[in-house]
Every structure is written in C-alpha cells, then in structure tokens.
Write a protein that binds this ligand. Sequence first.
Ligand code: GLU
Ligand code: ZN
Length: 291
Amino acid sequence: MPDKQPYIGRFAPSPTGPLHIGSLYTALASFLQARSRQGLWLLRIDDLDTPRNIKGSGDSILKTLETFGLHWDGRVAYQSQTLDVYHEILDKLANDKLIYPCTCSRKTLTSVYSGICRNKQTLPDSPYSLRIKTDNRFIAFNDRLQGLMSQNLADNGDFILKRKDRIIAYQFAVVIDDDRQHINHVVRGYDLLDSTPRQIYLQQLLGLFTPDYMHVPVIIDEQGYKLSKQTRATAVDLKKPHAVIFELLNLLKQNPPGELQHAPLTELLSWSIENWNPNRLKNCRAISRLG
Ligand code: GLU
Ligand code: ZN
C-alpha cells in the first residue's frame, strides 16, 4: 500500500553559488508537492564536487530558503559527511566485479564509452575512474509530469561512479543518499530526466527502492538557455521574497489570485499549498521567464 506511506521529498542543491530564480523554482515545486501531501521536505547539500563548490554558498542557500518561507524538516544533510558509505558500497561492487578502473582520458573517448577497460586485471598506476558495467537493456519509468520514459542503458555506456580526481560522481551519490534519507518522491528539474534511468539501474543493482519522479520544467532566458550559474544567472532578490514567490507561482502555472499580491508571504504560501496543481505543468520541459 504505497499510498499509505508518508511522503518524503527533498531539495538537493549543489553549493556552487547563491540560489538563482531557476533553482528556487525547483525548490518551490518540490516544497509544494511535499507540503500538499502532508509530507516531509528534507534538505541536502550536494557538496561532493569540491572544485565547483563556492565557499559560503551552502549557508547562503539555507538562508535564502528561510527568507522565502521554504522551511525544511530535520537537520540539513551534507553529502561530504557520508564519504565512507559510498566507499563501502564501491568495495562491494568491486568484489562483485560490477565496477572496473578506467584510465581513458576524455580526449580519447567518443561520446559513449566503449568499455575498453572492462577486462583490466590489475589496478592501474595512473589515476583512474571507476565505471559500472551496463548492458543493453531498457529502463522505463513513469514520470509524474513527463509521462512514460524509457531509455536504453547502452545509450550512456558504462558510466562513472568515481571520477579520476577521486570525487564520487553525482549519479552514484544521489542514489545512495536518496536511499539513506528514505526519499520516496523526487521533484527536480527537467535537465535531470535523462539521468534518471542510470539512477534506477543503480537502485536495482543495489536492491534499493525506486522513488516516484516528477521532473518540472526548467526556467530559460530570452536566448532559450537554462538559467544556471554558467549563464551567470543572478542571485534572487532577498529583499522581495513575496514578489519573487508570486512570480514563481505564475511560472509554475498556479495563477495566484491578484489579491494575494499584497498578502503576507505566509498567506501566499498557504494558498499555494492548498491549491497546488502540478498537472498544469504536464509535458512541459521549459518555461521562459518572459512568458
Ligand atoms: N545536486 C543536483 C543539482 O544541483 C540535484 C540533485 C537531484 O535533484 O537529483 O543539480
Ligand atoms: Zn577506459
């Protein structure tokens, strides 16, 4: 009876800069989905990619969420605090011969890895990544907004669980941590839809639960690019949380009534929880900020 289980969702930003409107959009969708189902909304800082981390941005993200009234449950989790767990599981996968070291450099590789290091018998002397063996199989899942998705694992080849620079790869870490936090509903940006089959494959291999997925559209700029730190999206304006949430609700197609434009933030958020209807975002991949 999966419906009787309490909803446990999460928001998992990377501390690579302050929250911009695109990430706050995802945070709000994930928050509303959890709160409208009387669920828990956990917060995890995905801080494994140390070269990309920006000092202080984890704290600034927390502060921004608080300012916007998006209060989370329990203590904040940090991926950097579970490093031994990933390594334990990697050891197990190595024992089962499911992962192998790869020394190939990005330059020598074509877009899909051919698996040429698969049969290496000894650990290389030079830096290596750890790849998981994949095969030619379709992984399908039913996304809450995007519908039935199916992908052949071979499209991505043997993917990396631990990078050459010894950093645990996103695809692997996210699966372990979602499981550790008992997440049963993942709401995140459309840009991660394509990663989901790889994550489900790892869940199946490790005997872990597969959460429900809901990929919300990403916010794009006038040029059609996803707002991101790379496109230098600016931090959200902390001085006008109410106006920002109001705009985000429109971008989430929730059409808040005009009289709420000047209501207190808590009232706007209660209205949004009560009236939250994600179906309006069905099959939508991107939303332009300018309408
Ligand atoms: N930390 C990832 C990011 O910043 C999101 C992880 C996820 O939602 O699966 O994009
Ligand atoms: Zn290789």
